[in-house]
Design a protein around this ligand. Structure first.
Ligand SMILES: *[C@@H]1O[C@H](CO)[C@@H](O)[C@H](O)[C@H]1NC(C)=O
Ligand SMILES: *[C@@H]1O[C@H](CO)[C@@H](O)[C@H](O)[C@H]1NC(C)=O
Ligand SMILES: *[C@@H]1O[C@H](CO)[C@@H](O)[C@H](O)[C@H]1NC(C)=O
Length: 232
């Protein structure tokens, strides 16, 4: 009889594990994580990949964006930027802001980066202290109204519904899990061609980006092997 009870407990444990595992089946996700900035044809031999890990309500992320954007524009098709979100747990509104970006990206992907810039510009409104007495619902409402101004007013209802939709929650969780799985624990972090750029955590200025990217772009334009050895 005790054995039967044990078996019952074991079976129920296994079932619970299966259910839990089922809940986590969104890893790996069905597409690569991240918002691609002005997508261009990706050439494995020629494209420098920069990954920026941002929190939309983080001041250091905000400060690092203009010089990075300027550098990306300078290199044109040679550099591809992908932004990953890491909503930091100590920024109270980072998760809803990140979720808004996923919602808008799905509805009107041209508005993703404009909305990220909107958050950077207005992020003070969403810091912990000024939102201390506000309800979650009122913060979401504010974000929905602003996101609709950026993405197009025709999307207002769709953006609002997006916050009541498991898919946007799921995508934001995937962002979080992706960033943490890459060892990212603060923002901004930058990876260049898959390697962590040292000295992150503070804004990298335009000249610093030029110093990082110039040699990579230069090395790639050298096609003959002899010169390649020189660079290696
Ligand atoms: C929050 O509410 C407390 C208590 O009513 C008040 O003292 C404080 O000034 C409020 N803070 C903000 C940022 O509104
Ligand atoms: C999508 O967003 C872009 C950028 O904000 C905007 O220019 C465009 O009008 C939007 N599209 C629609 C259909 O509203
Ligand atoms: C959110 O979705 C649930 C189920 O899909 C629905 O019952 C509920 O009314 C929705 N809430 C809002 C505020 O739209």
């Amino acid at each position: 009889m005790q054995a039967t009870a044990m078996i019952q407990i074991l079976v129920s444990l296994v079932l619970q594990l299966l259910v839990l595992k089922g809940g986590a089946d969104y890893i790996p996700p069905s597409r690569l994580e991240g918002f691609v900035y002005q997508p261009r044809p990706f050439d494995w031999d020629d494209t420098v990949l920069i990954e920026a890990f941002y929190d939309p309500v983080c001041p250091d992320s905000r400060d690092s964006w203009p010089p990075l954007k300027k550098a990306i524009h300078h290199y044109g098709h040679r550099v591809q930027l992908v932004v990953h979100l890491l909503p930091l747990p100590y920024h109270d509104n980072a998760y809803v802001a990140s979720r808004a970006l996923h919602i808008v990206n799905r509805l009107n992907s041209s508005a993703t980066f404009p909305l990220l810039e909107w958050f950077f510009k207005h992020q003070e409104k969403f810091y912990n202290a000024p939102t201390k007495n506000l309800s979650r619902a009122s913060i979401v409402e504010k974000i929905v109204n602003s996101a609709a101004k950026v993405a197009g007013s025709s999307y207002h209802t769709a953006i609002k519904n997006g916050f009541n939709d498991t898919q946007s929650d799921y995508q934001t969780r995937v962002s979080f899990k992706y960033s943490t799985s890459r060892g990212v624990y603060g923002t901004p972090f930058f990876y260049v061609n898959g390697f962590l750029l040292p000295d992150t955590g503070s804004a990298v200025d335009y000249n610093a980006w030029r110093k990082v990217i110039d040699p990579l772009v230069g090395a790639k334009s050298v096609k003959n092997e002899e010169s390649l050895h020189y660079f290696l």
